[in-house]
Ligand binder design. Sequence first.
Ligand SMILES: [Zn+2]
Length: 132
Amino acid sequence: MENKAPNRLMSMATMKCPNCHKGSMYKNKSILPLNEFMVMPEHCEVCGLKFEIETGFWFGTGYVSYALSVGTIFVLAVIFALTYGFTWRNNSIFIFIGVMISALVLLQPWIMRFSRVLYIYVFVKYKSSAFK
Ligand SMILES: [Zn+2]
């Protein structure tokens, strides 16, 4: 038997159940097919944790995905400023807006999935029995 708690960050990155760190939180490992990228099993296949802890539990993930989107924009702005640079003489701000919008649209499925993972990890600790 393994007594050591699994690496929390690794389990979050691989989108595992916050209670057992073994069961997958999403039906599909990738975002494809796109019409099913948010489909989650009702309960964890390993420990039986109910993922939607209460009705409307996922409502709060809107704030998490907003924060992730703002963080993405900030990182993109730093990368853009270091590689291309912002000046008033050319249209670099408009190019950046185009890059930012494209990146946010393309990254949205991962942002939405990961915001649910971050949100449930706040409430459910490893091997807790509070939400069984
Ligand atoms: Zn589990």
